[in-house]
Design a protein around this ligand. Structure first.
Ligand SMILES: Nc1ncnc2c1ncn2[C@@H]1O[C@H](COP(=O)(O)OP(=O)(O)OP(=O)(O)O)[C@@H](O)[C@H]1O
Length: 566
């Protein structure tokens, strides 16, 4: 205080306007500094009572909390908000009833106007706005933020609460998790490998597909499902014992066979049945390398399905293998820095087979996850990759048998129970009982339900028109989809469709052969022209040398190269 007085005395002794102004500046500045200091001290004091939790969009708890918040009325009453049709987690954010209408639900597509996909609209409070929500006797301060990173922005949620310890935040997270899982029970989450940053990106949540909608030869589905369940239910001590004994605790399934036979569909269906997320890696994707794959494998959660898609495509894109290798994982074929540099330009996959085997066999792989690999060309796979221990269960997917044709027909048309029989849910996944509300209503409006006896007869007749193992289930599904409102006509026209399909295939095959011949011809012409250019270049060099040699001889001859057709 004395110091302030001594500072002000020279000013007060002189009453000129300049001095008055200076005096005001000094007093004002001092007061503002004091105010700021006291405010920050107060904030610091108040903040010392707050517990704050941060949730990053890159991790699951963020999704749980966003889902929980979307159900809080205070969150929906925000006065500054974003309107979006995208939900961060595949589970629609329910913030307000104003923009929602049960009839407006996203339609998956069985109605005549299914091309007009309707979207749900959600309201999410804008970033950097703070909301106060009352929860179990505490006031939560919730703020949504955006954090900028090297590869784009990432959402963040901050929740502060005045409490003695973090019990209340733990309760909140657990409750949010439970609610999220309850609502996500009908969905399978899919994560795709991002090779650029060696991490997993959430790519969407799909509606679970009932196992009954996958039509495979009797026993196949049950066998795989039982095997997966058996593996997942292994007691922890079994896993521990096996790992200690050096025995790999993992299970690999190789699904191979013709395209469109249900390999991917079966995996999605199994994921739904087992309540697992799917992590998908395409080994031939750009930028895939041994290191990237190892990092990705290390970041897969222990309970999930890891799907290696189109295993054979990775080979055609140049997975290399040391010829002397025995199949045991080694690092000998890891591309050198020079090789990597050469590949950098086209960003191609530099994954080696040894790198792949290392990743599959590595420590991170032995955590009880299910590995599924699919291929259309099993003959192209290295035996080391598909040997038992890496791929324990092999399933061959063939073109549709008559039995499958009958099954897929029944999946397509709704069945109505016979008046006399008790109401019984048919195995049909699209049957009235198995469809969600609005979709069930719409389908029964456009497809008149068939009595079960008629459906069985039609399905049998349809199967009789389909040749054994000639068409994929996907192509039969395409035909049924085109006729989804006319089951009877669909059966009558099936034989004609088969003939038409055969003709189309023959025509396409012929066209392909012609293109291939033309391509081979043009390639040989190109090869010839390249040979010519190379030879011309060599001659030119020789002539140039001669010129240099003959400078004194004054020889300036330039010969044309001879054309040699190889
Ligand atoms: N066995 C099946 N049961 C039911 N639907 C099937 C079956 N096979 C194929 N489909 C249908 O055909 C379509 C393609 O199937 P899917 O993608 O599972 O085949 P895929 O064998 O994985 O093919 P690709 O090898 O080309 O990846 C899907 O819409 C699926 O519903």
């Amino acid at each position: 205080m004395n110091a302030l007085k001594s500072l002000l005395t020279p000013l007060t002794s002189n009453a000129s306007p300049i001095h008055d102004t200076l005096r005001l500046v000094v007093i004002g500045g001092t007061m503002e500094t004091a105010r700021r200091a006291s405010m920050s001290a107060w904030n610091g004091f108040v903040d010392s009572f707050f517990l704050t939790a941060h949730f990053s969009q890159e991790d699951y708890p963020y999704d749980w909390l966003m889902h929980w918040l979307s159900k809080q009325p205070a969150w929906g009453r925000s006065r500054e908000f974003d309107i979006t049709t995208r939900s961060s987690n595949g589970i629609t954010q329910k913030t307000t009833g104003d923009l929602e209408d049960e009839e407006e639900e996203e339609d998956v597509g069985f109605s005549a106007d299914s091309h007009r996909r309707k979207r749900k609209v959600a309201i999410i409070p804008s970033v950097d706005t703070t909301h106060t929500i009352y929860y179990r006797g505490h006031w939560l301060r919730v703020t949504r933020k955006k954090r900028f990173q090297e590869y784009g922005s990432c959402g963040e949620l901050t929740i502060s609460v005045v409490a003695r310890n973090n019990d209340i935040l733990k309760k909140l997270v657990l409750e949010a998790k439970r609610e999220y899982e309850k609502d996500a029970i009908h969905r399978v989450h899919i994560f795709m490998a991002d090779t650029a940053y060696s991490c997993w990106r959430w790519s969407g949540a799909r509606q679970k597909r009932p196992m009954s909608s996958i039509v495979l030869e009797p026993g196949v589905k049950d066998m795989i499902l039982a095997d997966c369940k058996d593996f997942l239910q292994s007691e922890d001590w079994v896993a521990w014992f096996l790992i200690q004994a050096g025995i790999p605790f993992r299970r690999g399934y190789l699904l191979h066979g013709v395209p469109g036979s249900g390999k991917t569909s079966l995996i999605h269906s199994l994921a739904g049945e087992l309540g697992l997320d799917i992590y998908v890696v395409s080994l031939s994707s750009k930028g895939m390398s041994d290191d990237t794959l190892a990092k990705l494998m290390g970041n897969v959660p222990s309970r999930c399905i890891l799907l290696l898609e189109d295993l054979d495509a990775a080979f055609t894109r140049g997975i290399s293998r040391d010829e002397t290798s025995t199949g045991a994982p080694t690092r000998t074929t890891v591309p050198t820095a020079k090789e990597k540099d050469e590949n950098k330009d086209d960003n191609a996959s530099t994954l080696s087979l040894s790198g792949l085997l290392n990743s599959l066999d590595g420590v991170a792989a032995a955590e009880g996850r299910l590995l599924f690999a699919t291929t259309n060309h099993i003959e192209r796979l290295d035996p080391a990759l598909s040997r038992p221990g890496r791929m324990d269960v092999w399933v061959n997917f063939k073109n549709a048998t008559r039995w499958q044709a009958e099954g897929i027909f029944k999946c397509f048309f709704p069945a109505e129970s016979e008046p006399s029989t008790s109401s019984q849910s048919s195995h049909d996944p699209l049957s009235q009982e198995n469809l969600p509300g609005s979709r069930r209503k719409k389908q029964s409006m456009i497809v008149p339900p068939l009595l079960e006896t008629e459906l069985n007869t039609l399905a049998k007749r349809f199967a009789e028109s389909i040749p054994e193992e000639e068409f994929s289930v996907a192509s039969l599904q395409g035909y049924l989809l085109r006729n989804k409102t006319r089951p009877r006509e669909c059966v009558q026209e099936a034989a004609a469709w088969v003939i038409q399909e055969r003709e189309t295939r023959a025509r396409l095959k012929k066209e392909k052969e012609e293109v291939s011949v033309a391509y081979t011809g043009s390639r040989s012409r190109t090869a010839f022209s390249l040979d010519f250019q190379r030879e011309a270049k060599e001659k030119e060099v020789r002539v140039t040398v001669r010129r240099l040699d003959n400078t004194t001889l004054k020889l300036t001859e330039r010969r044309r190269p001879k054309l040699v057709k190889k």
